[in-house]
Structures are given as structure tokens and as C-alpha cells.
Design a protein around this ligand. Sequence first.
Ligand code: CA
Length: 125
Amino acid sequence: MTKGKKFVARVSVLGAALVATAGLGTVAAAPASAHYSQCPENRFCIWEHSSYEGMFASYGGSNSNIGSAMNDRMTSYWNRTNQWVSVYDHSNYGGCMLVIPPGGSDPAVSSQFNDKMTSLRFGQC
Ligand SMILES: [Ca+2]
């Protein structure tokens, strides 16, 4: 019986260690810039310039046309949601460009996707 109790105790310690590691991982995933703090929890955030700078917008759900203020401007992003987000070149989810996992971020999208985003959808295109 004593041996069994020890085993249970070890499993509990391991479980706590895994939880602690997961917590650290979440913090480390945040983009390395002061400006990422603009992005509220549970939002998909985009910035006009690289390194999360310039004009900023955030979205809590799908948007078939983000409007003239941010149209064709996205250069960096942070998906601060627990869902996948797809980014499209055109309105109404035309021209899938990026499929971003939960927590995903990029300080500068590759040139073929730069300054093109017009719509976004929660889910994978
Ligand atoms: Ca576009």
C-alpha cells in the first residue's frame, strides 16, 4: 500500500510540472514587441506595419469586409484567440492567403501576403 501511495504522489508532481510548463509556453508565445499589448484577449489583431506597429485593428469573429481603414494594410498579426483564423485577399472570403493557428503571430508576413488582407474568417480555409 505504501508503494502505491508513493506512485500517486509522483504522478501529482508530474501533473503540476506539466501545468507549469504549459503556462510558461503561453507567455513565451506572445510577440516580442511593446505594441502587442494593444491586442485584447480573445481577439485576432492586425497592424499596418511590421513588428506590431502602426494602425491597429482587432476582430472577435469573422468579417467579410474589414473596411477601407485597414483594407490591404495588414503586415503583422497576432491571433490571440483559441481558434484558427483564415486571412483572405478579397472580400467575402476570396483568395485564401494565411491559415493561422490559435496563438499564432508573425511580425512581418511574407511579401506576397503583405498589404493585401480584406477579409478574415474564424476557421480554416
Ligand atoms: Ca485585398
